[in-house]
Design a binder for this molecule. Structure first.
Ligand code: ST9
Ligand code: ZN
Ligand code: ZN
Length: 330
């Protein structure tokens, strides 16, 4: 990356620097992987077993869909959207990148929604995500896509981390996360919050309110919905780092992938996102295939969110011309 490209990654719009934007998500071109053989792979068999069990449970949930009431399917979809927003609008755009500001009621909602998604607590998620951006596709990237589709999709959760992930992660500036009472409260009570929000609530509502069977209530809105949200998220790390165009920067692997954007509520514009990580919309196309941006806009309209950061058109145009792959359709 040249100095100009690194400068583009710095949060600013219309020439004014965003002093409160995150800087720990900016790519660090100075990092060098250590020479010599890589540490041996250490498989965590407990995770392999649990992930296998989860996916078998989700497959059983698929099989139960025809016997589910319409209301249960609507509920499952609602749980999908809420838990996905806990990741996209919460852990990702708010807490990892600080791309907008959220009021306390909105942060509480996103904290609960995040527990419903059960993808590690917000602090751990945001710390791993900042190292992903800063040391993208190197040993210090938790889900280094250079290690292949399987590793970047799910494999990285089944083995011990590369020591550089932890070494570099420990040097990150995370004071903003530590200062956020919602983040720290969710971390402290993470396990009970997951049991309640990810499993008990999605199961209880259809069973109690419209007499759905306990099996359907558990396997469809809870297990299947959880597994679908996990895989939609992981596709951003795997598919969107492999397949698609690179209109903003062809030097990096992350790509624009519409299928991933659709399933991940707008998080598939990944070439744009890695080029401009501070942009709250993660795309230059506003709400198009981007429910998360629509949600943040709505929250801003209601006075619950503010200061959404965006890249200027001029900066996008200049970057497209300098480093794009020629596929940009502006
Ligand atoms: C899950 C997360 O699925 C998914 C994240 C995806 C991210 C996607 C990003 C894409 C963009 C956004 C798009 C969103 C789209 C959403 C769409 C929705 C429809 N820095 O962890 P340990 C320390 S989770 C600094 O045990 P091991 C750590 O604090 C799924 N320090 O490492 C600890 O220190 P201490 C459910 C770090 O032993 C020590 O190191 N959860 C860092 O290597 C050891 O930590 C699971 O499956 C860091 N980065 O184990 C659980 N990292 O000892 C999975 C660690 O002082 N996790 N440390 O306390 C595990 O079981 C383990 O972490 C492991 C590694 C086995 C993977
Ligand atoms: Zn990425
Ligand atoms: Zn990101």
């Amino acid at each position: 990356m040249t100095e100009a490209e690194v400068a583009d990654n710095q949060p600013k719009s219309n020439g004014t620097a965003h002093t409160d934007a995150c800087r720990e998500d900016v790519f660090d071109p100075t990092y060098q992987e250590k020479a010599g053989p890589k540490p041996p792979l250490q498989i965590v068999w407990k995770n392999v077993f649990l992930m296998a069990l989860l996916h078998i449970g989700a497959a059983y949930g698929l099989f139960l869909i025809p016997s589910a009431a319409a209301k249960t399917l609507v509920w499952a979809f609602l749980c999908y959207v809420v838990s996905a927003l806990g990741i996209t609008a919460g852990a990702h755009r708010l807490w990892s990148h600080r791309s907008y500001k959220a009021s306390l009621p909105l942060r509480i909602f996103l904290g609960v929604a995040n527990s419903m998604a059960f993808q590690n607590d917000i602090f751990e998620w945001a710390r791993d995500h900042r190292v992903h951006h800063k040391y993208s596709e190197s040993d210090a990237d938790p889900h280094n896509a250079k290690r292949g589709f399987f590793f970047s999709h799910i494999g990285w959760l089944l083995v011990r981390k590369h020591p550089d992930v932890i070494e570099k992660g420990r040097k990150l500036e995370l004071k903003d996360l530590m200062a956020d009472k919602v983040v720290m409260f969710q971390r402290k009570y993470y396990k009970p919050s997951v049991v309640l929000a990810c499993f008990l609530l999605p199961t209880f509502v259809p069973w109690y309110f419209w007499g759905e069977s306990l099996a359907v209530s558990y396997f469809v809105p809870s297990l299947l919905r959880y597994t679908v949200v996990l895989n939609a998220t992981w596709l951003v790390n795997s598919a969107a780092h492999m397949w698609g165009n690179r209109p903003y920067d062809h030097h990096i692997n992350p790509r624009e992938n519409k299928f991933v954007a659709l399933s991940a509520l707008g998080e598939g514009f990944h070439n744009y996102h890695h080029t401009f990580p501070f942009d709250y919309a993660t795309s230059e196309f506003g709400c198009r295939v981007n429910l998360t941006t629509a949600f943040i806009n709505l929250m801003c309209g209601l006075g619950l969110a503010s200061d959404p950061k965006q890249v200027s058109r001029d900066l996008i145009r200049a970057r497209v011309q300098r480093t794009g792959d020629g596929s940009h359709r502006g």
